[in-house]
Design a protein around this ligand. Structure first.
Ligand code: NAP
Ligand code: ZN
Ligand code: ZN
Length: 349
């Protein structure tokens, strides 16, 4: 494949700009993918701006990749050229540690290779993500996109979809349960759709009163404006599970108080540290947990579930030239409900 056009952040403070990257030669276990669409995750923004420390520049983000197979390594026999495939947040892992053996490669004890800003095992270089025309990925980390799904709208399933699907499954959300989703952004709107599809009673918490009608259309039975203290009080001690997808610091205690005895709130949003009052957990023996994307096997299970239930993301398709504007809108919680880059637009750079 060698050289492809991309968009990269040259530093933590500079806007993303056109860039060229080199992809590794196709190895026997590799799949070469022509990228069609790439979703824009808030993690891209956190990484580009070095909010989690450790970003290597130039940084090419993007881990909600959908495309068509352009070429196959000699040992790959479970895919065909032309197949519609996806790549999510990981492109490799050690394969031998207990987490890898259990299909939870995201928790690889040697450290999973993430799709961007990670050391690339094969080359010793840095991984570059999906804001680019093509990628070479080990076949074991390539997912199949169900044929009935729109490819652009399916792209966000590769991160926002699995990141919400995995904890909802792990904590066994289902019929008869009252489930809260906090934040209606990329992750949150997938959380609403999936929790609804799993049969739960879904309550969406938002700081944006203007999103109420959308939340209901997406599947929420109830919408609570989280700044409204009286509305929050009405839900005290009533939730079986809460999934917090918020990207900015906010009061966790206000949500913990809404859990029933022994119930769990799981964080998937990764903001700066937020204060935690021990009493919020102690009274009610409540639990606070976290969850990181999902393993490859579970990601395929999620895609197949979405195929069966015709679930995709609600997207705004943008050319790559609008990416810096999209980041600013994301910071203002103005995403309806995931930006997806039309990678064809890279040809014009
Ligand atoms: P997003 O589309 O920007 O959505 C975040 C939502 O958080 C906003 O739409 C907004 O919802 C709410 N929000 C924003 N600022 C807020 C504030 N100051 N107070 C309260 N609520 C606020 O982001 P995303 O792509 O869904 O990602 C969300 C977070 O998850 C990010 O931190 C990201 O890095 C992280 N993430 C984690 C994983 C994982 O594996 N754990 C995977 C992917 C992403 P309302 O307008 O409805 O309030
Ligand atoms: Zn992501
Ligand atoms: Zn491992």
């Amino acid at each position: 494949m060698s050289t492809v056009k991309a968009y990269a952040a040259p530093s933590a403070t500079a806007p993303l700009a056109p860039h060229t990257i080199t992809r590794r030669p196709l190895g026997p276990r590799d799949v070469q993918i022509d990228i069609l669409y790439c979703g824009v995750c808030h993690s891209d923004l956190h990484t580009v701006r070095d909010e989690w420390d450790g970003t290597t520049y130039p940084c090419v983000p993007g881990h909600e990749i959908v495309g068509k197979i352009a070429a196959l390594g000699s040992a790959v026999n479970n895919f065909q050229v032309g197949d519609a495939v996806g790549v999510g947040c990981m492109v490799n892992s050690c394969r031998t540690c207990p987490s890898c053996r259990e299909g939870e490669e995201q928790f690889c004890e040697q450290g999973a290779t993430f799709t961007y800003n990670s050391p690339e095992k094969e080359t010793g270089g840095n991984t570059y993500g999906g804001y680019s025309q093509g990628v070479v990925v080990d076949a074991d980390f390539v997912l199949r996109i169900p044929s009935n799904l729109d490819l652009a709208a399916a792209a966000p399933l590769l991160c926002a979809g699995i990141t919400t699907y995995s904890p909802l499954r792990h904590w066994q959300v289902g019929p008869g349960q009252k489930v809260g989703i906090v934040g209606l952004g990329g992750l949150g709107h997938m959380g609403v759709k999936l929790a609804r599809a799993f049969g739960a009673h879904v309550v969406l918490f938002t700081t944006s009163p203007g999103k109420t009608a959308d939340a209901q259309r997406l599947g929420a039975h109830e919408v609570v404006i989280s700044k409204d203290k009286a509305a929050m009080q009405q839900h005290l001690n009533s939730f079986d599970f809460i999934l917090d997808t918020v990207s900015a610091p906010h009061d966790l205690n206000a949500y913990l108080m809404l859990l029933k005895r022994d119930a769990t709130m799981t964080l998937v949003g990764l903001p700066e540290p937020t204060p935690l009052a021990a009493g919020s957990l102690i009274f009610g023996r409540r639990r606070l947990a976290g969850s990181l994307i999902g393993g490859i096997r579970e990601t395929q299970e999620m895609l197949d579930f979405c195929g069966q239930h015709s679930i995709t993301s609600d997207i705004e398709l943008i050319p790559i030239q609008k990416i810096n504007e999209a980041y600013e809108r994301m910071l203002k919680s103005d995403v309806k409900y995931r930006f997806v880059i039309d990678i064809q637009s890279l040809a014009q750079t």
